[in-house]
Design a protein around this ligand. Structure first.
Ligand code: GLY
Ligand code: MN
Ligand code: MN
Length: 435
């Protein structure tokens, strides 16, 4: 992996620190049970600035006239490396990750006071990890205790995440390239699930097809717990049990994306278990697809983040009236928010290292405006329609749950939809043809 983007990001961060110092720890390893750990996942902020994959690592970035990046990481340890695998060690980290200096993590507490002394501002993700808050407080107190020796502790502590969030919101070319590759693998997973789907299979069998495709193409695994929801399970927005049989004549909704080099894809497709849409399923599907097309058309530089949600809601509201789910006018349905019975979530979110990625949605200030879209921002477009069975709902619509989700990058003129899994009714039925 080239280090250039990480070095550039650290330089960019340093330039925003003034005479300050930033402390960025990676995530700890977490015990799953007894002596077994959850698969390790680095902290996204730390990764964004280093690309360094090991646990027990901390980046310190100093601003001012001579900006520096200093990495603390695990020391080399032959015994541990025999059991657990390779460690870069400080010397290897300095050579391979382009930092200005590297030290063993065991020296952090001793070196931290001198690194923060005489800096005006200490940038830290205050409040996200109590242990780190205490560690930073201890370092501050050590410097304060040296005031008679002429040391000054930083007077201000500022939120580092806010600073990096602003950077992460607009992706650079290397990020967009990785996200496109994650999207291609994820789309192949969805197509595979469509090809393998048969009535009577269990939802987890389709989940297995997804992970098969993700891993065989080199992705790290799922970016988030996948949803494989047959029939009315699709109306449970966060359904993750994935343990029911897929009934003939039902739809199945799959919301799944892989993680590749830390970056997420986030795709949802909904298709008929038996490969053919019924007339009622078709009507509902076309409404959601039209809502998604209207939303995608509203994603362009300068548009408010909210505009594409509003565009989707308008089409969905008309669709709900056409299906006799609601009465009245589109404006009335939107005004009363009665559409929320069948469409209760937002039309998308930022996407990146985290599936619900870093970045504010509103501008600074009281009653701030929704953020305006700009080239390089990546987001999902994911309208849906969820019709839970009820006495006042036409029977043929009972339990239909549909979401169509794609990932887009804002360009200089509009946006590019870079997730390419079968989507139109014709495409889906073609991929699922059994003859
Ligand atoms: N898969 C999570 C989401 O669509 O927001
Ligand atoms: Mn999403
Ligand atoms: Mn999703």
């Amino acid at each position: 992996m080239t280090q250039t983007p990480f070095i550039r990001r650290r330089q960019n961060l340093a330039a925003q620190l003034g005479n300050g110092v930033a402390i960025v720890p990676t995530a700890p390893e977490r015990v799953r049970n007894r002596d077994t750990h959850h698969p390790y996942r680095f902290d996204s902020y730390f990764w964004y600035l280093t690309g360094f994959p090991e646990p027990e690592a901390v980046l310190v970035v100093t601003g001012g006239d001579k900006p520096q990046s200093i990495l603390f990481c695990r020391a080399k340890n032959e015994e541990r490396e025999i059991w657990d695998g390779y460690r870069h060690g400080p010397a290897g980290a300095q050579d391979n990750f382009g930092v200005d200096a590297a030290f063993p993590i065991g020296e952090l507490d001793q070196r931290l006071p001198e690194l923060i002394a005489d800096r005006s501002v200490l940038w830290h993700s205050l409040g996200h990890d109590e242990e780190w808050d205490s560690r930073i407080t201890a370092a501050l107190n050590t410097v304060r205790s040296q005031s008679r020796a002429g040391k000054r502790a930083p007077r201000e502590i500022r939120d580092l995440r806010a600073l990096i969030d602003g950077m992460r919101l607009v992706k650079d070319n290397s990020e967009i390239d990785t996200m496109r590759r994650a999207a291609a693998i994820s789309a192949a997973g969805h197509a595979r699930a469509m090809r393998h789907c048969r009535p009577g299979m269990a939802e987890y069998e389709l989940e297995a097809e997804l992970i098969h495709e993700f891993r065989r193409r080199g992705a790290d695994g799922h970016a988030y717990t996948p949803i494989v929801a047959g029939g009315a399970n699709a109306c449970v927005l966060h359904y993750i049990e994935n343990d029911r049989v897929l009934p003939d004549n039902a739809l199945v909704l799959i919301d799944a994306g892989c993680e590749l080099d830390g970056y997420a894809a986030d795709i949802t497709r909904t298709f008929p278990v038996n490969g053919r849409f019924s007339p009622a399923q078709r009507d509902c599907y076309e409404i959601v697809l039209a809502a998604q097309q209207a939303a995608i058309a509203a994603v362009r530089p300068g548009a408010s983040f909210m505009a594409y949600h509003d565009a989707a809601v308008r089409v969905l509201a008309q669709g709900m009236i056409d299906l006799s789910l609601l009465n009245g006018s589109v404006d009335g349905v939107i005004e009363s928010e009665s559409y929320k019975r069948f469409y209760m979530h937002r039309t998308g979110h930022w996407l990146g290292l985290d599936v619900h990625d870093a970045g504010e949605y509103k501008e600074d200030g009281e009653g701030g405006e929704w953020v305006k879209l700009a080239p390089g921002m990546t987001l999902t477009v994911e309208p849906g329609l969820y019709i839970r069975p009820a006495a006042d709902i036409p029977h043929e619509l009972h339990g239909i749950g549909i979401r169509i989700e794609d990932d887009v990058v804002v360009t200089t003129s509009n946006c590019d939809v870079y997730t390419d899994a079968p989507k139109s009714i014709t495409e889906i039925e073609e991929v699922m043809r059994r003859d």
